[in-house]
Design a binder for this molecule. Structure first.
Ligand SMILES: O=C(O)CCC(=O)C(=O)O
Length: 287
């Protein structure tokens, strides 16, 4: 049995976005929520970003105003590195099946993270398209935003502009400065066209990498936690270093490796060259 109907697949390619309920089993959802609750509890004893990713940068990011009585854990990088529950859902869930049906059959993990908006959290995400953060040799990338809590209009849902994945890509640079977001006049225009992606806990929102999206602050008393996994078709070659390093990044999670040599800049395995060997091809007559 497939995870998605042909109608859902067509809707994804038409709108650039699709919500699928029951993307994980109740046991998988409980495992994700259990580990997240433990990380929130642990964050109470920290007053600055902590933990360590594979490149040495902190894994756990705290929002300004975080404290022991008011935990504001904002982001966890590559949770699949430190939790079997997250690794399992990223690699072997109905969510993984759905992603493979959209851009597979051969599917690779690009990166994963948790974005959390605890009650009252001020965090907003400005309008952008993921492809400009994760450019590849083709656009067969899908961001899967799995809802660990019910997502409503009030707790800071993802907002998208359906159809915007068909282009253009809007620059994140303004007056020579990288702002990470589209221009402010454009953002105001997009807010008028936006649709919220809401759903019960356990739903996933599949979003095309070129879709314009953002999200507002959590105005409610209820948390909004998303487990976000970016999947790429196996033949999409990353053109820039991975922004969220992780030890499973680049791993094939469905199907098989594309028939090419991997050259992901930050994860490239450097072969051992025989002594005296050079990267440069010797010209005839060079010696
Ligand atoms: O956490 C959110 O609401 C937005 C996530 C997002 O923009 C992204 O993953 O690119």
């Amino acid at each position: 049995m497939t995870a998605l109907t042909q109608q859902q697949i067509d809707a994804f390619w038409r709108d650039g976005v699709l919500i699928m309920e029951d993307a994980v089993t109740p046991e998988q959802l409980a495992g994700l929520r259990r580990d997240f609750a433990a990380w929130v509890a642990e964050s109470r004893s920290h007053d600055a970003a902590y933990g360590e990713m594979v490149d040495g940068r902190p894994r756990f990011d705290l929002e300004p105003g975080h404290g022991p009585d008011h935990p504001a854990l904002r982001r966890i990088a590559s949770p699949a590195d430190i939790s079997d529950a997250y690794f399992d859902v990223m690699s072997a869930s109905r969510m993984t099946d759905g992603a493979a049906e959209l851009i597979g059959p051969d599917l690779r993990l690009h990166h994963c993270k948790i974005n959390s908006k605890l009650p009252g959290a001020a965090t907003q995400v400005k309008w952008h398209q993921d492809f400009l953060y994760d450019p590849h040799s083709n656009t067969d990338l899908v961001t899967a935003l799995l809802m660990l809590d019910e997502v409503t209009e009030e707790n800071g849902p993802l907002e998208v502009v359906p159809g915007s994945h068909k282009g253009p890509l809007l620059s994140l640079w303004h007056d020579g400065v990288f702002t990470g977001a589209v221009a402010e006049d454009k953002a105001a225009e997009l807010s008028g066209e936006a649709v919220s992606c809401t759903g019960p806990a356990g739903s996933v929102c599949f979003m095309h990498a070129c879709l314009l999206h953002g999200s507002a602050a959590n105005r409610s008393e209820r948390p909004r936690t998303l487990f976000i996994t970016v999947y790429a078709a196996a033949d999409a070659i990353p053109l820039t270093p991975n922004p969220v390093p992780g030890r499973h990044n680049g791993q094939i999670v469905r199907g098989r490796e594309a028939n090419r040599i991997r050259t992901t800049p930050f994860e490239m395995e450097v072969p051992e060259y025989p002594k005296g060997a050079s990267f440069f091809v010797q010209q005839a007559g060079d010696g």
